[in-house]
Design a binder for this molecule. Sequence first.
Ligand SMILES: Cc1ncc(COP(=O)(O)O)c(C=O)c1O
Length: 394
Amino acid sequence: MSKGWVHGGTDALGVPAHDFSTNRNACGPCPQAVAALQAAHCAQYPDPSYTELRQQLARFHGVDMQRIVVAGSASEFIHRITMHAVRQGAQYVSLPPHHYGDYPQASQVWGLPVVDRASHAAGPGLHWACAPSSPLGLNENLDMHWTDTAPAAAWRVLDCAYAPLRLVAGPRLPFLDSVWQMWTPNKALGMTGVRAAYAIAPVHADAHELAALQQLAASWVVGAHGVAMLQAWITPAVQQWLQASLEQLRHWKAQQLQLCADLDWAVLPGHQANYFVARWPARLHARMPEHLAALRGQGIKLRDATSFGLSGCVHHSRPWHWHGRNFKRGKWHEPTDASRREFAAAASRAGHRFVCDGAGYQQQRRKKLGHDRAVRLVPGTGLQGSAVQSAEHE
Ligand SMILES: Cc1ncc(COP(=O)(O)O)c(C=O)c1O
């Protein structure tokens, strides 16, 4: 049963052929991590206490192993720590101005009211932050909330989901040792279909608290593939792949920003990572759901940012292109010429003027079709005035 929250990515229509709607690294899936998954021991349970994995993660972060809590995913951890905080007496929750839907969803389940950020210092409560934030990619100013010592029975959780996808250096976070850090590498690795994450407990968390949190998890909360992904995550080869991918993401993002400017979409400022939010021209707002549904019908998924409290806006990240036939053959792959052609065909069926923003392919197509860089919907398709951009692989 649906929880009623909106997510990007795969939906009831299947995997979008051209997905602008999630923040995942569009260079992924990381080939080295995929190889690790393929070699995973799927015939066996993982170690239920994840001893080796926790040692490896602890070494990677330079923290004590006792501080590592393995989680089924960040979403699972959000629900678990909310339940834990409630059991320990939390009476309210505070959230970043725009936020991932599972924070309030978990709080709602437990009847925790949402309070203003300014009440942050007063415990007992659960406090969420995300750096860089989602969906805006901002550096939230946490200094005024989190630099003081946390009162007893205050749970401060920093969601680090997109920290590895920062494209510009972020501020120093001096309070890291005194908060819960939540890490979910599947986004940075471009493999959000694999579910596994971990948290780093604050230095002051005692053994009772860590045991209580552990006991709230089902046995083997992460399966063999999740373990393989987390172990791959901390290898030098995968970290090098990630660093190289950031270069590519910077390049693509610059192209996308230019395309938004060409389309008269106003990009909300301050974005630091591979994603951002753009406001559509006001004349398009009223029919936005219709436009987005029509695009989705053509395999192009853009995410309405209304559920983040940003109406009239769409969430943006570099589109990830998927070619169903290759996937069915069990291949993970980069976008192919075939998937580009499929995008072009879908776009033109919807009455778009198709454009591609990559080098050789783009020039070739532009010359052939005489099109500009944007994909635009034209009158008579029921989608008049809406627009979507494309920035293809080079
Ligand atoms: C900010 C943020 N935190 C956490 C999550 C959940 O991550 P996971 O895939 O590990 O459940 C998401 C997913 O979109 C997210 O955007």
